[in-house]
Write a protein that binds this ligand. Structure first.
Ligand code: XIL
Length: 369
């Protein structure tokens, strides 16, 4: 496999746009505009993207942008259980290995997403485990041990359990795992991951916790219980799939509450939509058919504020990083998953940086006290 690393024409265009943007944006003459080639160069913490690895390595333009902007990488789906172990006893490591290879070559951190998630549990596990919870408990242990130790020292951190709470409110989600193993499966998953790689940073990851205080409190209560019982949890992942109308004040409050745990905070799956949905597959509600200039400006502002809140509220030593979930509107999961036509990311359909991109860049660069 050959990965090109030379600069590409679109990077030169970015340079020009950046200069223009910063000279116009930094009206305050005390803020010196510094021209950067990518988000990672403007950031004190890792800037990541989730991406489909096959798509990435077969698209030179996409790869050039990925390399220039990001120093952390997450697989959108290639490292989930249904991809790693689609059939009993047949581990498929090839894509994960490719991500590791790519990341090493381009000096990027690999973040593991994820070990246990109801939505990516293979059918064969559900069938076998539904009749035999003793087998299931042993399977979970072996799977995590095998997977995490294979990438020990190479995958920096893991979403150990993903989305273990209901979409809204504070109840544990009644998943296949919960129904067969009880809520203890969550703590056990963390224990097993820690046994396999004591240096890996272990996260609990969920959505809507930036806006639903009941859900956030339930997650924080679980974290407290983990701490009391010496369960090795090191971080909270805010997926941060947000909408333009989620108030920044609520997001700020939630980040503050989570940061008070002292754990690492990862904005793990950032995107910002205009339309809405009911949190279910194909549950999109189309409200806006067109992306207007005013919407582009508002989205840039929202992205900027999100980055600024992260920098201001989360203490530096707890800043694990910000990861975008796909970074182009062409590739975003939102439209296919929710059956929407939206524009949630920082690059447009033609892989050109949107105002949102410059919003992020500004959020990273503005001096804060
Ligand atoms: C999404 C992927 O991006 C899609 O390609 C796939 O079809 C479904 O999963 N929360 C998560 C991610 O934790 O794993 C999901 O990723 C998006 C929502």
């Amino acid at each position: 496999m050959i990965y090109k690393t030379q600069s590409y024409p679109q990077i030169k265009i970015i340079h020009v746009i950046l200069i223009v943007f910063f000279f116009t944006a930094c009206k305050n003459s005390s803020q010196k505009p510094i021209v950067e080639t990518g988000l990672k160069n403007a950031s004190e913490f890792p800037i990541g993207t989730a991406i489909n690895i096959d798509k990435l390595i077969n698209d030179e333009a996409l790869m050039a942008l990925q390399i220039s902007n990001f120093n952390s990488i997450t697989a959108t789906s290639d490292m989930k259980m249904n991809k790693i172990l689609p059939v009993e006893n047949e581990f498929y490591w090839q894509m994960a290995d490719t991500i590791l290879y790519y990341a090493k070559k381009h000096n990027q951190r690999v973040f593991g997403h994820n070990l246990i998630w109801h939505s990516s549990t293979p059918k064969w596990v559900e069938e076998k485990g539904a009749n035999d919870s003793i087998w299931l408990a042993g399977f979970m242990k072996d799977y995590i041990h095998k997977y995490v130790s294979r990438y020990k020292g190479k995958v920096a951190g893991w979403d150990v359990v993903n989305e273990a709470f209901e979409s809204s409110g504070g109840a544990y989600r009644k998943t296949f795992w919960y129904n067969n193993l009880g809520k203890e499966y969550i703590a056990n998953a963390f224990r097993y991951a820690h046994e396999a790689d004591p240096d890996a940073v272990l996260f609990y990851n969920d959505f809507n916790i930036e806006r639903d205080t009941t859900k956030l409190n339930a997650v924080l209560k679980m974290v407290e219980e983990f701490k009391m019982n010496d369960v090795p949890i090191h971080g909270i992942g805010f997926q941060m799939h947000i909408r333009m109308d989620i108030p920044d004040e609520i997001i700020a409050y939630s980040l503050k509450k989570a940061a008070e745990t002292g754990l690492q905070i990862h904005l793990s799956e950032v995107d910002i939509i205009f339309n809405t949905h009911n949190d279910e597959r194909l549950g999109g509600i189309q409200k806006y058919d067109e992306l207007t200039e005013a919407m582009k400006i508002a989205q840039a502002e929202k992205y900027k504020n999100l980055v600024l809140m992260y920098r201001r509220i989360v203490p530096k030593r707890q800043q694990f990083g910000i990861t975008f979930w796909d970074f182009t509107d062409r590739d975003t999961w939102i439209n296919g998953f929710f059956n929407l036509n939206d524009w949630p990311t920082i690059y447009d359909n033609n892989l050109k940086p949107k105002l949102a991109y410059f919003g992020v860049l500004e959020g990273l660069k503005v001096e804060i006290e």
